[in-house]
Design a protein around this ligand. Structure first.
Ligand code: NAI
Ligand code: MG
Length: 357
């Protein structure tokens, strides 16, 4: 029995998480060794508006006892985005040392890729998630004067770089693929040469895995010029943030892009969430694409040790996308969130029967 903390959050987070749960239940029904129990938490901007905080003071301790966290999205007009980010998402990522942010992007049936060749793309961006450029070290001086200044330090540690690079090499090996390291050691002369050095040294332990490095600007161009030629990409916090939005957009709709915030040591719960936000512009209309949330939930099953059930779930997702009648509006279809979800649930059951389980 796995205990899952479910945080629907705000806006379309509610709609897509309801679908993810129904698909998870369908998959759990098809596998004897898979059982899930959920606790739903109302942590959100709505809670912030009512009580002054995104989550209770002991929120992190509450989450600690769960096996995983499934999150919709947080954010709402009227609540500054830094409140939802620093009041919920970043504390969770940092308290649970979710140092690997994993974002797969691949061509999916029924999803028109705006970038030529991205239909054949099948890559994973592995982003360092707890240090690097997004550090809290720095400050402001001479506020309000003409000589006002700001300093923010990028922090790269040997432990931090080595573990994310090892994680990425392991993933490339598992996929039978290759690794590309995102760097900028020609312009950033301290941290990036250090990053390159660590990659080279870690690579000694992965002589069977082909790897190369590209400067981030050239790599961004490569995503557009030869998306299918990339496999696993490892990048620092800032580079990975930007690059993974680029790869997601190149493959198609935000409505299908998933992500995982992993503590690969499994000492703390990991968190799974769609890349998209709460989409206030379509919230309450029942048109949100639930695929990104369902794919994120499939990544959760994989992380919890149920690779077969996870793959089963993804086959159902792909079959639903291949059928124009069960695609949502962002993909040119007419299905509602609920209809798209019901189709995936139905396909989970069909696939279970056809495989004889
Ligand atoms: P957004 O991702 O919510 O929406 C961007 C555009 O994509 C909108 O036009 C929206 O309708 C569309 N879209 C997003 N998800 C979709 C789906 N599943 N199906 C169909 N269309 C979809 O980003 P935006 O508008 O910049 O942010 C809205 C709020 O969400 C903000 O408060 C922001 O801070 C928050 N946000 C939260 C995230 C999180 O919880 N991890 C991530 C990104 C944004
Ligand atoms: Mg981002």
């Amino acid at each position: 029995m796995h205990r899952i903390a479910v945080i629907p959050g705000d806006g379309i987070g509610h709609d897509v998480i309801a679908v993810a749960r129904s698909v998870l239940d369908a998959v759990a029904g098809a596998y004897d060794d898979l059982a899930l129990e959920y606790d739903e938490l109302d942590w959100s901007c709505q809670r912030y508006a009512e009580t002054g905080s995104m989550m209770p003071e002991d929120g992190i301790d509450t989450l600690r006892s769960f096996d995983a966290i499934l999150l919709g999205a947080v954010g709402w007009p009227g609540v500054p985005d830094h409140v939802s980010l620093w009041g919920l998402l970043i504390p969770i990522r940092r308290a649970f040392r979710q140092f690997a942010n994993v974002r797969p992007a691949r061509g999916m049936p029924g999803v028109a890729a705006p970038v030529r060749g991205a239909d054949d793309m099948d890559l994973v961006v592995v982003r360092e998630n707890v240090e690097g450029e997004y550090s809290e070290i720095g400050g402001r001086l001479n506020r309000g004067f003409s000589d006002e200044m700001a300093v923010q330090e990028a922090v790269f540690t040997r432990v931090g770089v080595d573990r994310i690079v090892r994680f990425a090499f392991d993933l490339a090996r598992e996929r039978g693929g290759h690794l590309t390291s995102a760097t900028k050691s020609n312009g950033i002369v301290h941290t990036m040469p250090f990053w390159d050095e660590r990659v080279r040294e870690v690579a000694e332990d992965y002589r069977d895995v082909e790897w190369n490095q590209l400067h981030i600007d050239a790599l961004a161009a490569r995503v557009v010029s030869d998306p299918a030629g990339l496999d696993v990409i490892v990048a620092s916090n800032l580079f990975g943030d930007i690059l993974s939005d680029l790869t997601a957009a190149s493959a198609g709709s935000l409505g299908v892009a998933p992500s995982a915030n992993l503590d690969p040591t499994c000492e703390h719960p990991s968190m799974f969430e769609p890349v998209h936000g709460s989409a206030p512009d379509i919230a309450g209309q029942g048109v949100a694409n639930p695929v990104a949330a369902v794919w994120s939930a499939a990544m959760m099953l994989d992380h919890l040790g149920h690779a077969e059930a996870s793959a089963h779930m993804m086959r159902a997702v792909e079959a639903s996308l291949a059928d124009p009648d069960t695609r949502t509006r962002d993909l040119g279809g007419t299905a509602s969130t609920e209809e798209a979800g019901a189709a995936i649930v139905g396909l989970v059951a069909d696939l279970a029967h056809s495989s004889g389980d």
